[in-house]
Write a protein that binds this ligand. Structure first.
Ligand code: ADP
Length: 585
């Protein structure tokens, strides 16, 4: 199906609005083309008087004829204005509605796509679709659709009038049409790469500016301000140069085309004049022809540009609709996840990221209901991947993960994720207040519940000490807080919905000793009655776990309680010795 067809199918619910806007466009154009006819009538009246066209339809007095023309003129202009207002409102609101719906639908859709899909795409590329492509369609609907309809209306109406009045002159008036059409398409193909270069340069400038603004601390620390100004200057200069090339060409278009139009105009003027002198056509008809020639030819100069807008809009439409057609890979199950602590089991698990070699092999781990199991091991062992499988951000190729005996794939995704409180190493906080962030997983929690969760995470005291307490804005990604504070907020946020399962993924690996101690104290209480999976790099965090699993290169190499593992004298004992300083690294 063509992109236009797909778009029309998507816009099906707005069919009547599209038809109405198109009708207004046609009516506006018809009334816009009427004034030259009225001028013809006026000339006819002044020259022919009683024998004029209006005279022949019964208005014999020339002054009365002029009055009729004056009244008609006011009516025609009034209607032209009315329909212009109506088509503008119609198309522009339609553009707004469609872009709003497309953006929302696309965002809603991609939110449900799996992480494997995201890994193959860049944030910038997705943003370009959600913003630029959607805007491109808006631009076309704002003006381009109306332009196309009106040019077609003009050609048909003016063509009909011309051939009715004088086919000879009509032939001459359309002489420049091929030249104008070829010229404007050629112009478009020349200017398009120059505008593309301009946009490319603009993107480079804004990219560099964004990069510099986010790295301003580093720039200051290395006293690199002047160097950065130089870099921006260079990019900005490239942008200016690219624009110059485009300006030179685009400014020449109208003057050149005018010289082509003058050919048609002069031909009408001369030949029509001769015919009028010879009495073959009426003087009034002559003036209609002369005025209409311009009305016919000028709009054609915009065709190339409008067509380009159309093609861009269609390319954008394809990209957006392709996104909407991407199959949802996160298949949802039907079983509601238990709301009480249940056993988690990784069974004979084998897992590979899409297109990669397997990174987990024959992994069997059990986290009994209400117990705390820790997974430790070197970086890259596959610990975080276990968490992703548990959250069903990915599904295993072999084996399965179960919660309360049910395969995760059979569970309702929302209830599964809702049953888990997650604290990860890279805490993501949203721009907003402390309170907004704490309530992220439980929007209806009362102030008392929020404070209780904050106390449990030992975050209450530092929050109270902030300038506006719980109402303090924390900045983009929580940058107004320290790393340890962010981590404690993340723990409180995870605890607030009272999840039966707690998952900590390297939650203490990047924090100071004091925060680690605080989190450990919190955990000692928070894990009671909850099934907890704790991934850790620092062994001090996990020594009190009920059971410890040592993962190495995607395989379980040892497991047992802390003391047993130490006594075993294997990988765990060695890691412990290194981390407690009894063995040099
Ligand atoms: P750990 O948490 O133990 O440090 P991970 O589970 O993060 O280990 O990673 C295990 C392996 O999987 C590593 O070799 C890593 O490079 C690879 N890996 C992690 N995430 C991805 C991904 N999104 N795509 C491809 N490979 C990945």
């Amino acid at each position: 199906m063509t992109p236009l067809g797909r778009l029309l199918r998507y816009a099906q619910p707005h069919r009547s609005r599209i038809a109405l806007a198109a009708t207004y466009s046609v009516l506006n154009k018809l009334f816009d083309l009427a004034p030259p006819l009225l001028i013809g009538l006026a000339v006819d009246t002044v020259v022919e008087q009683e024998t004029s066209f209006l005279g022949s339809v019964g208005v014999t007095d020339p002054s009365a004829q002029l009055t009729v023309i004056a009244i008609l003129t006011v009516i025609v202009w009034g209607l032209e204005s009315l329909f212009e207002y109506l088509f503008q409102v119609g198309w522009r609101n339609l553009a707004q509605t469609l872009q709003h719906e497309l953006r929302l639908d696309a965002y809603r859709h991609i939110q449900r796509l799996g992480m494997g899909w995201y890994a193959e795409r860049s944030t910038g590329g997705l943003l370009a679709i959600l913003n630029d492509d959607v805007n491109q369609l808006e631009r076309f609907l704002d003006g381009g659709a109306n332009d196309l309809i009106q040019v077609a209306t003009t050609c048909l109406t003016v063509g009909a009038v011309f051939f009715w009045v004088s086919p000879t002159v009509a032939m001459l008036a359309v002489l420049p049409v091929p030249v104008i059409l070829i010229g404007s398409f050629r112009f478009q193909s020349l200017i398009a790469p120059r505008y593309a270069a301009v946009r490319q340069r603009a993107a480079e400038v804004s990219g560099q500016l964004a990069n510099n603004l986010s790295g301003i601390e580093t720039i200051k620390a290395f006293v690199a301000e002047e160097r950065e100004v130089g870099r921006i200057e260079g990019l900005s200069d490239d942008y200016r140069t690219a624009n110059r090339l485009a300006i030179r060409l685009s400014s020449a278009f109208s003057p050149l085309i005018r010289m082509v139009i003058v050919v048609g105009f002069t031909a009408t003027l001369l030949v029509g004049g001769w015919l009028a002198l010879a009495g073959t056509i009426a003087v009034g008809s002559y003036s209609v022809l002369v005025f209409l020639t311009q009305r016919l030819l000028w709009p054609l100069t915009k065709i190339g540009q409008t067509f380009d807008l159309y093609q861009r809009a269609m390319a954008s439409t394809s990209r957006i609709l392709d996104l909407l057609d991407t199959p949802i890979t996160e298949a949802d199950g039907a079983v509601v996840a238990p709301r009480q602590a249940a056993t988690i089991r990784f069974e004979a698990l084998q897992f590979a990221y899409p297109g990669r070699d397997p990174i987990l092999h024959d992994v069997d781990i059990e986290v009994p209901a209400g117990k705390t199991v820790a997974v430790v091991g070197p970086t890259g062992a596959g610990k975080s991947s276990l968490v992703r499988l548990l959250l069903r951000l990915y599904d295993p190729q072999q084996g399965r993960v179960t919660l309360g005996g049910t395969d995760l794939r059979d569970l309702q995704l929302g209830s599964l994720r809702g049953a888990m409180g997650l604290v990860s190493q890279h805490v993501f906080l949203f721009d907003g207040t402390v309170l907004d962030n704490l309530r992220y997983g439980a929007p209806s929690a009362t102030r008392e519940e929020v404070e209780a969760a904050a106390r449990a995470a030992e975050a209450h005291d530092f929050i109270e000490a902030l300038p506006q307490g719980y109402d303090t804005p924390i900045g983009e990604r929580g940058q107004k807080l320290s790393g340890g504070q962010r981590q404690r907020l993340a723990l409180a946020r995870a605890l607030l919905p009272d999840p039966p399962i707690l998952v900590l993924d390297e939650a203490t690996s990047a924090v100071d000793n004091e925060t680690e101690a605080a989190i450990q104290r919190s955990l000692a209480k928070a894990t009671v009655g909850r099934t907890s999976l704790v991934i850790a790099h620092r062994l001090s965090t996990v020594r009190n776990a009920d059971h410890i699993v040592v993962l190495n290169a995607g395989r379980v190499v040892e497991q047992g309680p802390h003391d047993d593992l130490l006594a075993l004298g294997g990988t765990y004992a060695r890691l412990w010795a290194v981390q407690t300083g009894s063995l040099a690294a």
